[in-house]
Design a protein around this ligand. Structure first.
Ligand code: SF4
Ligand code: SF4
Ligand code: SF4
Length: 345
């Protein structure tokens, strides 16, 4: 959602009304090297691991192992086995640590029960300090940077190999080509000539869509809906000279000069919440940060991911910190998180 920064640049000279677009979006990313289609992990847990989904109350990946928990037991599988079900387009992702976000959190680089935390913006550092000062988060400098850098390097190597393979097969990869030879003005000029059909052809059909829902939120005439499998679809014809969906899509471009505008020298620490909830991922740091931000009016609302009893995940927007406990923990499914803004303002 750092994307909002870019989108405002595209639209600064246009007389358009975007009621869903907030003034500032504070982003917290989790370290990520792959994700899954909405039905993959629920079906795997139910059929291969033999656990009724209604009884599963937590899923987690730690040190190369996938865990599913019920009140009675914990079952596990090697991550290699689960990775067979990962979405193909994640193979071309070079953003393991969510480099455009205010804060990134993940378990690589720290011991069990702790998280590696990367603080990039001034607001992120201020917020984190408040939690440490108030004894809500315990902090340490014990981050294994070698381990973290090794995983980042390996991920980047694999992604570049996959990008090359796609290019060799003749696929056009707009986000790669644009990084090389386009600038913001050129992109906006071209972007206004594009419409949903171009997004469909270049991003959806080539398998690059990450189901974030940004295109659906960006459409000024509410022309795009999201299907249950995470695909956006257009319900009517497009406005002339629009291209908002194309320009807002993170897979058509990446303008680092805009996305990195508010960032400072990153601070990297190990941290864990003092009282993490059972559902929280290692350390409970993300839940602690959002809870504090909402309670103290630093955030007006938060978009989090929730799952129903069948582990179907969906974006959920709230200003009530008590909802966060129920939303804590990873869902291992693509979720149109940005689209969630449409329902909450
Ligand atoms: S594309 Fe998104 S879900 Fe896939 S690996 Fe990258 S950050 Fe994770
Ligand atoms: S009208 Fe909506 S779907 Fe069509 S080009 Fe504009 S943003 Fe895209
Ligand atoms: S904006 Fe997100 S959901 Fe829409 S096409 Fe691009 S990647 Fe897919």
């Amino acid at each position: 959602m750092a994307l909002t920064k870019e989108f405002k640049e595209f639209y600064k000279d246009r007389d358009a009304d975007y009621p869903h677009w907030p003034k500032r979006v504070f982003t917290i990313a989790v370290f990520c090297k792959e994700n899954f289609s909405p039905k993959s992990i629920p079906s795997y847990v139910e059929k291969d691991m033999g656990l009724p989904l209604e009884e599963v109350n937590k899923m987690n990946i730690s040190s190369g192992v996938f865990y599913a928990y019920t009140d009675k037991e914990v079952r596990s599988r090697k991550i290699k086995e689960v990775s067979r079900y990962a979405r193909g387009n994640c193979r071309q992702c070079t953003d393991f640590t969510g480099d455009f976000s205010d804060i990134s959190v993940g378990s690589v680089g720290t011991q069990a029960g702790w998280s590696t935390v990367i603080l990039r913006s001034k607001e992120a550092k201020d917020l984190f300090k408040k939690l440490v000062d108030q004894d809500l988060i315990e902090v340490s400098t014990n981050v294994q940077m070698e381990e973290l850098n090794k995983v980042i390097d390996l991920n980047n190597k694999q992604a570049k190999k996959s990008i090359k393979l796609s290019q060799d097969k003749g696929f056009k990869l707009p986000f790669v080509d644009l990084e090389k030879d386009d600038n913001l003005e050129g992109f906006v000029e071209k972007g206004h000539k594009k419409d949903f059909m171009d997004l469909e052809k270049e991003i959806l059909q080539s398998g690059l869509c990450v189901a974030c829902g940004t295109c659906a939120l960006a459409c000024p005439c509410y022309n795009i809906e999201m299907l249950e499998d995470g695909r956006p679809y257009s319900i009517r014809g497009c406005l002339p000279n629009c291209g908002c969906c194309y320009m807002a899509c993170p897979r058509t471009h990446s303008f680092k000069e805009i996305l990195l505008k508010d960032q400072e020298e990153p601070e990297i620490v190990a941290a864990r919440a003092k009282n993490p909830s059972y559902h929280s991922q290692d350390g409970g740091v993300i839940t602690a940060l959002i809870t504090y931000g909402l309670k103290n009016d630093i955030f007006s609302k938060a978009i989090v991911a929730r799952a129903d009893s069948k582990w179907r995940a969906y974006p959920f927007i709230t200003n009530d910190p008590s909802f966060l406990k129920r939303a804590a923990g990873s869902k291992y499914s693509i979720i149109p998180q940005v689209y969630g803004l449409k329902f909450g303002r």
